[in-house]
Design a protein. Structure first.
Length: 241
């Protein structure tokens, strides 16, 4: 099989907008945080499934720059969940060869959580079976704004000439500088929006919107979407051969 065909069969980088935790809980007469906790269990399952399914990069939208508008109780609950996830999952992530990175603006996050994020990044830095990226206080416009400020600083300092700026230069200033662009972006819960997620990086990505709520999104549902991806033809702007 030619290299091009292999890329079409398995997306190397899958990014997921994990949506529907709140509705899932409400339908069960439970508080929204119950849905987020169930969602965290699905994260474990999907991470574990990736190597067998041939996925090398997994990026998860865990908390957006807009999510601060939720009730303080929900925001606090989510932050506690992220801390618990790091504390309880570190060993399993190490055992499973997962390297973890975080993207997003850390300046608004609790310093204790930021320290845990940094430690997890350092502890798992040598792993390469799966590259997992968690988007936390992430928004694509915010990321592009922060990148633009740093580029402007570099121009002012004489380290970057404006005429040398290419799309690779811009990619290199983003939080995802070390990562390939996503091949496939999945959004659960039936909403057909991209919600400020990886806008620059997803220029050529395929999108799949599934009605399944995130806490119901299991390895089988994930596999089915990967199979549907393999049937699509990606032309990257060229004509069909
Ligand atoms: C969107 O569903 C989901 C979130 C804002 C939080 C995502 C967080 C998790 C899945 C928890 C664990 C994550 C990690 C990485 C450990 P929603 O609350 O907007 O659902 P709704 O649209 O039904 O209200």
């Amino acid at each position: 099989m030619a290299a091009k065909d292999i890329r079409q069969v398995t997306p190397e980088h899958v990014a997921i907008i994990m949506d529907g935790n709140g509705r899932w809980a409400t339908r069960r007469g439970m508080p929204r945080l119950y849905g987020h906790r169930s969602g965290a269990r699905r994260v474990r399952e999907i991470v574990k499934a990736c190597p067998d399914l041939g996925v090398r990069y997994l990026t998860l939208y865990a908390f957006s720059t807009e999510n601060w508008k939720r009730s303080p109780m929900e925001v606090d609950g989510l932050m506690t969940l992220f801390r618990r996830y790091i504390a309880s999952e570190t060993q399993a992530l190490l055992d499973n060869g997962v390297r973890v990175r975080f993207i997003g603006d850390r300046t608004r996050l609790d310093p204790k959580l930021v320290a845990m994020m940094q430690e997890l990044e350092q502890t798992t830095a040598c792993n390469e079976l799966l590259h997992m990226t968690i988007a936390l206080n992430y928004g694509a416009r915010d990321e592009l704004t922060r990148a633009s400020v740093r580029m402007a600083d570099a121009v002012r300092a004489g380290k970057l000439a404006p005429q040398d700026i290419t799309d690779e230069t811009i990619s290199g200033y983003l939080d995802t500088a070390d990562l390939p662009d996503p091949d496939l972006v999945i959004r659960t819960s039936g909403e057909n929006r991209v919600s400020n997620f990886l806008l620059w990086q997803s220029a050529y990505a395929e999108y799949v919107f599934t009605p399944v709520l995130w806490p119901d999104f299991d390895a089988k549902a994930f596999d089915e979407i990967l199979m549907s991806f393999s049937a699509r033809e990606r032309r990257f702007g060229a004509v069909a051969q």
